[in-house]
Ligand binder design. Structure first.
Ligand code: DON
Length: 309
């Protein structure tokens, strides 16, 4: 299938139409805000490595970035400490366990293994060069904004909902600290991680963030260099290994592209050098991945023959 504008738009439209009626899954219930989002919302978008935007459905509706934020904090931390130190301190393997697993840390001498699970994401946030919480937060937020090419913002409502319920993550942060894998004050890292999950993006923003990776670290819409080209393959490898948690292997097998999901209902996949596909729909499967979102992204990737393998 050729990657001309008409074929891409047709694939996006079909993925929206064919999956809109897909049933199953439930909104995340452990964060009160997420439970309250309209479950019927559904958006699909593609942004190409040249900056062309294609979308269908509720692609302008803004939802919580959640775990997809881990990708952009990874970029900031990897750039700050260098890819070798990042690899050595965090790792690049799947945990084989849920995204907020404590057991994963216990099994691996307190090494997080991946920046895309909660432990590794908080450890990554702690690696970002900063003097204090506000500078750490600003540098992470500015990184998200550079990937999106616009001033995306923290939702005070989502942040409040998360900060008042994140006790499990606080426990993980202290465990990391006791194991020597936390590089700032642990509660500062947990606070900033919680904020980074609480920003609002649209499906189009998400596709632009992914297109920045597809274009080798240059935002194709703003033409700003956001991350060094040599870091992008490391980031995509991390996404392949753990981007969809315990479904990452199935995603590689069936879709064949690096991806990342969040409990807000967003799903992102990157076809290097070509484009990024994003989708949003709140109901999640038991792993924490959007049911319609995964189906839509997979359909676009398959129809456009984008698998890397
Ligand atoms: O750490 C948490 O629980 C959330 N703020 C983010 C988790 C998340 O999105 C996991 N992804 N599917």
């Amino acid at each position: 299938m050729a990657l001309d504008a008409q074929s891409i738009q047709a694939a996006v439209d079909a993925a929206h139409r064919d999956n809109a009626g897909l049933q199953g899954g439930a909104n995340a219930s452990y964060i009160p805000y997420l439970a309250s989002v309209d479950s019927s919302l559904f958006g699909v978008a593609v942004v190409t490595a040249e900056g062309e935007v294609h979308s269908a459905g509720d692609a302008d509706f803004e939802f919580a970035l959640e775990s997809i934020s881990k990708v952009f904090t990874m970029a900031r931390a990897m750039a700050d400490v260098g890819p070798e130190a990042f690899h050595q301190k965090i790792g690049a393997d799947p945990t084989g366990l849920p995204f907020n697993s404590v057991m994963a840390l216990e099994l691996h001498n307190d090494k997080p293994l991946s920046p895309l699970v909660n432990a590794g994401a908080m450890s990554s946030a702690s690696l970002v060069k900063a003097e204090g919480a506000e500078q750490r937060w600003q540098r992470i937020l500015e990184t998200q904004q550079a990937f999106a090419g616009r001033k995306i913002q923290l939702s005070p409502e989502v942040n409040h909902s998360e900060q008042t319920t994140n006790f499990h993550n606080r426990a993980i942060a202290w465990l990391l600290y006791s194991g020597g894998a936390m590089y700032s004050d642990p509660m500062e890292a947990c606070d900033v991680y919680t904020r980074q999950c609480s920003t609002l993006v649209s499906t189009k923003d998400l596709a632009t963030m992914g297109a920045t990776l597809a274009a080798g670290g240059m935002n194709p819409v703003t033409q700003e260099r956001v991350v060094a080209a040599e870091l992008v393959p490391h980031m995509l490898a991390e996404m392949t290994m753990e981007g969809l948690y315990t479904s990452s292997g199935d995603w590689a097998y069936t879709v064949g592209l690096p991806g990342k999901s969040g409990v807000g209902g967003g799903v992102l996949s990157v076809a290097p050098g070509k484009l990024a596909i994003a989708a949003f729909s709140p109901p999640l499967d038991p792993v924490g991945n959007s049911v319609r979102g995964m189906a839509a992204v997979a359909q676009v990737a398959q129809r456009l023959d984008l698998s890397l393998y």
